[in-house]
Design a protein around this ligand. Structure first.
Ligand code: KG4
Ligand code: ZN
Length: 342
């Protein structure tokens, strides 16, 4: 790869409820990473309200980009490319980032590179791990996705497992709501679980017979809801910390089991996690142990690079850019974009 000239990319991410911009050099060095979260706004409704998300992105996007450029000590004239998430995600939210990126690309005659959001999450691992190169297996666990992916090369992905129903993060959010923790539930369950016993209640670990790497989280979610209803009907007090810890353990067990099975079957010795749920402390510890036991190198981004951010989009955009990918001004938001499509 030609490393003579530094490639500085301005990246934009607006697929859900974070308005984010970053400047990333050569795909791995973050010069700035600005995230404006809308969580406090959506909290009032118990989840992301798409229309509110789009409006807030419009209000924030210029400010976030200006701050990212200023922190990086760059102007729009210093950039080699603009990277932007164009799917999957909420269409109205995606459109704000895509329109902004196209406008800058047109005004400044800078190449435009559209990025798949999941490719972004996976690429977050490149930022703090200079030695990580494909091939490896990556588990992407976020609010919208649960994918087990073989990363064959930069930009070359094979999805070998996916959820049949809820995403892992969705299950965390729903269980958190049921035990009265509020939105977003993942970090709250993570925190409360530290005070509970993960073996207190046995919740089911789903295994799908003909698809060993696929996941299903609706069963464990329903089991938690049934348990809570049962307690209420019997007038028994609920130990919320035990429920949180036992649910979290059931989810972590399944994620670790499936990933370890895939690593063995595909004879891979490098494993990475990505997405919001990848910041879960129990999950990270469980993978730390399992990878050490199986002689696998374990990679994970810092928590701020696990949840939605634009630095990860800048990392992914760099490898797409180096592979010659250029999107014209006809680039559109694709809410159900498939991984590996260009
Ligand atoms: O990657 P992300 O920011 O957005 C999507 O692309 O979906 O992931 C958000 C999800 C939410 O469901 C949130 O509850 C979950 O990640 N999450 C966590 C933790 N931090 C965020 N889940 C479990 N433990 C955490 N510490
Ligand atoms: Zn995400």
């Amino acid at each position: 790869m030609n490393k003579e000239k530094d490639i500085d990319i301005l990246a934009i991410e607006s697929s859900c409820d974070e308005t984010a911009a970053a400047v990333v050099r050569n795909g791995r060095r973050v010069l700035s990473n600005v995230i404006s979260s809308q969580i406090d706004l959506h909290k009032l409704y118990g989840g992301v309200v798409p229309e509110i998300a789009s409006r807030k992105h419009i209000e924030k996007i210029n400010q976030v980009i200006e701050e990212a450029l200023e922190t990086a000590g760059k102007s729009l004239d210093d950039l080699d490319a603009i990277g932007v998430t164009y799917g999957p995600g909420l269409v109205g939210a995606l459109l704000v980032g895509v329109a902004e990126a196209k406008a800058i690309s047109y005004a400044k005659k800078i190449p435009l590179v559209g990025v798949h959001h999941i490719e972004g999450h996976i690429s977050a691992n490149y930022i703090e791990n200079p030695d990580l190169e494909p091939p490896f297996i990556c588990l992407v666990v976020s609010g919208g996705h649960t994918h087990l992916v073989v990363v064959r090369d930069y930009g070359k992905y094979e999805i070998i497992g996916r959820t049949r129903d809820d995403a892992a993060g969705e299950a965390f959010d729903k269980v958190a709501r049921a035990i009265g923790l509020g939105y977003p539930g993942g970090p709250k369950i993570d925190r409360l679980s530290k005070e509970g016993n993960g073996d207190a209640i046995h919740f089911p670990r789903a295994k799908i017979e003909d698809a060993p790497y696929d996941f299903s989280f609706s069963g464990v979610k329903s089991a938690v809801l049934n348990f809570l209803n049962g307690c209420q009907m019997k007038g028994e007090a609920v130990n919320r910390a035990d429920v949180a810890a036992s649910f979290q353990k059931a989810v972590c067990d399944v994620l670790v089991d499936h990933a370890m099975e895939a690593l063995g079957d595909y004879k891979m010795d490098k494993f990475a996690i990505a997405g919001g749920v990848a910041s879960n402390t129990a999950l990270r510890a469980a993978f730390e142990r399992a990878c050490e036991k199986n002689g696998v190198r374990f990679y994970h981004p810092s928590p701020v690079l696990c949840t939605d951010n634009a630095a990860m989009i800048g990392a992914a955009a760099y490898y797409e850019y180096m592979a010659g990918v250029r999107h014209g001004l006809t680039l559109n938001a694709v809410p159900n974009l498939k991984l590996g499509e260009r």
